[in-house]
Design a protein around this ligand. Structure first.
Ligand code: GPP
Ligand code: MG
Length: 285
């Protein structure tokens, strides 16, 4: 294990250090081989139906076909997230909170032409993402920073849009949305895609606990998102249940050589209704 020493103040707790260590050391083919398809490296899941023909055909190229298809579904997920930011003028600025290896930030810059800042508490992810932006020649507009999403150091009101693409399960939502509300301009848009547990079925199911254990995260109940938004001037404009749309991704992933073992808990949790894949878009008032 290699650990990059952190500048004082970014990693504040033993938990944050443990999360940073996990991502500094993560080199899973399920993320790297998918990213290699077109240089967009994602740390989120996919949506939409897969093409069943990828499971047929020559055995030697089966993996390649599945990888390309999983990657297509992950990029489709990022496109749906960006759709919910609404129109963003090229002179505006966006924040990708918990940017991973940077794929969604690159897509946002390609779509809107604006400056995008991605932040992560993993120095390895920040370095990797920065290398990709340089490779694409967009590093004048897409910048990645080693920073804590709960206290970024960015100026107040600087951003027209902020998103968390599957990164809210590592932080307290009240603290997170207070910081987002501070950084968003009036009328700015916040979007998250997240996995949350179902208040209606009760507490954290066994399958949800297994997902938490796998990633060292702490999945929140659905209700927590709306309480924390309401407390911080974030008014939901769209809530989209993406659960049915993400199940095919997990079904395909479970049949691939890249399966990591977390496929079963996701499929169980979604099918039994104890867990949702949710998009929430909200305006800053
Ligand atoms: C990781 O994506 C995503 C998370 C750790 C957040 C957990 C998400 C929930 C919806 C609960 P990844 O692409 O790094 O994971 P994997 O390696 O499994 O593909
Ligand atoms: Mg992945």
């Amino acid at each position: 294990m290699t650990t990059t020493p952190a500048p004082a103040g970014v990693l504040r707790t033993a938990y944050q250090k443990a999360v940073a260590d996990y991502w500094n050391n993560e080199k899973d083919p399920v993320n790297l081989r998918l990213g290699d398809v077109d240089g967009l490296y994602h740390h989120h899941y996919g949506i939409g139906d897969y093409d069943p023909s990828v499971l047929e055909g020559p055995q030697e190229t089966r993996d390649e076909r599945i990888i390309a298809e999983l990657h297509r579904l992950e990029s489709a997920q990022a496109d749906v997230l960006l759709d919910h930011l609404g129109p963003i003028a090229p002179g505006r600025r966006l924040l990708d909170a918990g940017c991973g290896r940077g794929g969604t930030s690159i897509m946002a810059n390609a779509r809107f032409g604006c400056q995008v800042d991605g932040i992560s508490i993993s120095q390895s992810q920040v370095d990797f993402a920065g290398g990709q932006a340089a490779k694409r020649g967009v590093d004048d507009k897409v910048r990645y920073h080693f920073a804590n999403m709960l206290d970024t150091g960015f100026p107040t009101g600087a951003f027209q849009g902020i998103w968390n693409n599957e990164s809210t399960m590592y932080v307290d939502l009240f603290e997170l949305f207070a910081e987002h509300a501070r950084q968003l301009a009036y009328g700015g848009r916040y979007v998250t895609i997240t996995g949350c547990y179902n208040d209606v079925t009760g507490g954290r199911s066994k399958a949800v606990s297994r997902i938490d254990e796998h990633y060292t995260c702490n999945i929140h109940p659905r209700s927590a998102y709306f309480k924390a938004m309401a407390a911080n001037g974030l008014v939901p404009i769209n809530v989209v249940d993406l659960t049915a749309a993400t199940i095919p991704y997990w079904e395909l992933r479970a049949q691939s050589s890249l399966a990591t073992g977390v496929e079963d808990p996701f499929l169980t949790a979604y099918r039994e209704g104890s867990f949702h894949y949710l998009l929430i878009a909200a305006d800053r008032v």
